[in-house]
Design a protein around this ligand. Sequence first.
Ligand code: COA
Ligand code: ZN
Length: 306
Amino acid sequence: MPYPSSVTVVEVGPRDGFQSIQPWIDTETKVTVCRMLLDAGVPLLECTSFISPKAIPQMKDAQEVAQALLAQPGYRDRLYALVGNKKGVDRAADTGISQITMVISASPAHNQSNVNKLPAQSLEELCAAAQAYPDLHIKLDLATAFGCPFQGEVSMKEITFVLDGVVAAGIRDICLCDTIGVAMPEQVKGLFYALQTRYSQKDVLWSAHFHNTRGMAMANTLAAMEVGVQRFETAVAGLGGCPFAPGASGNMATEDLVYFLNEAGISSGIQLDRVLATAEYITGKVGCCRDSKINAVTAQKIFPRT
Ligand code: COA
Ligand code: ZN
């Protein structure tokens, strides 16, 4: 299959990126980064997570961040917030946000480490949330879909155990996450193909979320595009990593993906120079490293083609 003519980028830097940064990032800076990315044309953005502030203190201002963005006309339908349990769903819904991401790991060991529950218990909470908030759009982030830091390989049985339950609950927005950056392109194609086939009657909107821990995120992105995936979660400046997955590091950098999309003639609606400016702003402000190739090209980031 050829590459798609357009791709939807879901920016997760303000959630996946900021959650792994230790020094406090003030709320105003977080909101500014979200605005800069939305105004750069990022169509969808995960702005925060409603998880326990004891688990990740950096996310303790989730309500303030979400409310500041929701107050701005035109942003509401473009925002997601991540949750890990029913309490998080309630907190998110209270702000008036219309889209949430519930994270469940395919690997029982990582789910236990991340949200202190077995996948079956998380599924129960997701079903309860879907029933309690029928108007809330719920996306599933299936963490450790390609490998787990605790148990190694994750079986198809573990993956479909969660996905069968999620699809039965009516969820159709599903993202396969390579939480620790161990996926390989053939594995990516194989897993997406198997799941697209299994749920072919369900009209699922598939997306992918690759960490670049071993330098495979771009290759995996292209592999996913080859099997028809058109939606990718990336983080500005290549920030990111789950604090409850040992060895996890940054996401596929948004600017690297947008550079590729532009060069390949695939539309995303995102202005690369404005994403680069956001990466510059946040890394300067927070003092964190960038993990992106295009940002490391200093003078002429865009190669002029005739
Ligand atoms: N928001 C705020 N507080 C929450 C909460 C939420 N979503 N869920 C639980 N809490 C609070 C409880 O109120 C309780 O507070 P208390 O000690 O003051 O009474 C405390 O956290 C423990 O609650 P409990 O239900 O027993 O949770 P737990 O200890 O089993 O921890 C999670 C489970 C989900 C709260 C915790 O593991 C978590 O937030 N993990 C975050 C995972 C994450 O963000 N990973 C990165 C993204 S993939
Ligand atoms: Zn991630």
